[in-house]
Design a protein around this ligand. Structure first.
Ligand code: C2E
Ligand code: CA
Ligand code: CA
Length: 511
């Protein structure tokens, strides 16, 4: 139960990591595109403002020229200069009206002729420009008044707001563009406003004219950055999605790879995927089943049945082999215990043990636990220790083997003939059986020398009073040869292949 939540948690963790590795480049890319779009918009609004300043400067140049030409006439009677004032209005494309002043009093205008009106120089930004909502003739059309003064003389020329708003609309087609003169400002619809400028949400840029007392502010409405991205960057966006998918895939593959064998085996151990297979061992003379060797198989959910030589080395390296063997012994005991009372002779159960399992006395408890499932005398537990990996004799190991023997556990040296165990070694650990490696059995009948080596091993074990098991018996010839030389136990495909627990129990009960 706990395992399934564990596995589910790991799976959701993997999914999260995969999603993150897909989303991360996309998010990063979106941030970069966003910054890029902002920069592009800022540049665009600066260019717009510069262009607007240029146009307004040109218009004001034209308007200022009218005032400059009229200024020397200031002071002369209105009747004498009226025509000159009107001529400027007619000649100049942007000038709507002109006036002359004496000591800041307007006394003559192109529109009304003779007049008497005091003007307030303070209304004019830097004494030069005034943006007005309208005048008595056109109260709803804004106008920009240019003022020139020299001593008592003064001249005014006004620029029609219609031209100003045209410029704002044409230049700032995609943006918001505003013209500000002192406290007043004008928008692209020609609307006159008083007071502070509104804050433009995106890429606001303000530029002052170098020649006249006005400034221009350009910017974009809310959400313009995303609109810009969606219209200007669709190919880049598709590329980002593509990279996200690739990165997600790489993340997924790397995670699968990084699931190290030991993590995967720990999971399998908890899921009880390591199961015992049983290969019967027959007695040399009667060929009756006298026991079985327990061989580990990995019942992998995806890979199917995995051979032990593919995973045992990893299990040994990670130290998982000890709990794996423990689980195998437990499963074996659970399988065999229900039928053990019917055995007329003790069934020999061979379990493969690695040297690392002999480092401490824990193995004794494992064997005691195993035997506790059976009535005494119904099974004989044989621990198979491979000769390729010899156990270093220490106080602990001596104690271990002594106590194992006291429990009635037998020791067999597996793959005998492939390693370097000495006579002293066999005595020291009180070995009970030698398992002749299958390579020697395979040589039977091949040549005289191999036969001689095999004969020597058999002779040695007879002299040492050790039982012999011959492994890998595949032919009648091998079986006959070994039986003729008094080999007590035979194991191999000739008699039976390793089989699953249920099948072994079924065959065993039949016998
Ligand atoms: P092993 O202990 O020498 O086991 C005998 C191997 O020979 C088994 O291979 C068995 O299937 C195979 N075999 C038996 N009869 C014949 C035959 O007639 N012809 C041929 N060609 N092969 C035969 P398996 O089951 O693949 O096991 C391979 C090795 O993996 C075992 O060699 C053992 O060293 C290791 N192993 C298996 N189970 C365990 C285990 O529970 N713990 C440990 N530590 N090692 C294990
Ligand atoms: Ca073995
Ligand atoms: Ca062997």
């Amino acid at each position: 139960m706990q395992l399934s939540t564990n596995t589910r948690r790991k799976r959701s963790f993997r999914i999260i990591v995969t999603l993150l590795s897909a989303l991360l480049p996309i998010l990063l890319g979106v941030v970069i595109l966003y910054l890029q779009a902002q920069r592009a918009l800022e540049q665009s609004s600066r260019l717009t403002a510069e262009e607007a300043i240029l146009q307004f400067d040109l218009m004001l140049d034209n308007t200022a020229q009218a005032a400059e030409e009229l200024l020397p006439l200031a002071g002369q009677p209105c009747v004498d200069v009226k025509l000159a004032l009107r001529e400027q209005v007619t000649r100049r494309p942007f000038v709507r009206s002109t006036s002359l002043l004496w000591d800041d009093t307007l006394y003559c205008s192109s529109l009304f002729g003779e007049a008497h009106e005091k003007i307030m120089p303070g209304d004019y930004n830097q004494g030069q420009l005034l943006l007005m909502k309208g005048n008595p003739v056109t109260p709803d059309t804004a106008l920009l008044v240019y003022r020139l003064r020299k001593g008592e003389q003064g001249a005014l020329s006004t620029l029609d707001g219609y031209h100003l708003s045209n410029i704002l609309r044409l230049i700032g087609r995609k943006s918001i563009l505003l013209l500000q003169v002192g406290p007043n400002w004008l928008d692209a619809n020609g609307q006159f406003h008083e007071g502070p400028l509104p804050v433009l949400p995106v890429a606001q840029t303000a530029l002052d004219s170098q020649h006249y007392a006005f400034n221009v502010t350009a910017g974009f409405p809310e959400g313009e950055t995303w609109r810009y991205i969606s219209t200007e960057y669709p190919p880049l966006f598709s590329l980002l999605i593509f990279f996200g998918v690739i990165s997600g895939l790489i993340g997924h593959i790397l995670q699968k790879r990084s699931t190290s064998p030991s993590v995967e085996m720990q999971r399998a151990l908890e899921a009880r995927e390591f199961v015992p297979y049983f290969q019967p061992v027959v007695s040399g003379d009667s060929k009756q089943w006298s026991g079985a060797e327990v061989l580990m198989r990995w019942n992998h959910p995806k890979e199917g049945l995995v051979r032990p030589d593919l995973f045992i080395p990893f299990a040994e390296h990670s130290g998982l082999i000890v709990p794996m063997t423990r689980s195998l012994m437990q499963q074996t005991a659970e399988l065999l215990a229900p039928i053990a009372s019917s055995f007329d002779q003790p069934l020999r159960i061979g379990i493969n043990i690695t040297a690392s399992h002999c480092k401490d006395l824990q193995l004794i408890n494992d064997c005691r636990e195993f035997l506790s499932h059976f009535t005494p005398g119904s099974v004989c537990l044989v621990l198979e220790l491979t000769e390729r990996e010899l156990i270093v004799p220490t106080d602990i190991t001596h104690q271990l083997f002594e106590q194992l023997h006291d429990l009635g556990v037998n020791i067999a040296i597996d793959d005998f003939g492939t390693g370097h165990s000495s006579l002293g070694y066999l005595r020291q650990f009180n070995v009970d059986f030698l398992k002749i490696d299958q390579s020697f059995v395979a040589m039977i009948g091949a040549d005289a020398l191999s036969g001689h080596i095999l004969d020597s091993i058999i002779e040695l074990s007879v002299k040492l009073n050790l039982g012999i098991v011959a492994e890998g018996v595949e032919t009648e010839e091998q079986s006959d040869y070994l039986t003729a030389r008094g080999v007590g136990f035979l194991q191999g495909y000739l008699f039976a292949r390793p089989m699953p627990g249920a099948q072994f129990i079924k065959a065993l009960t039949k016998r």
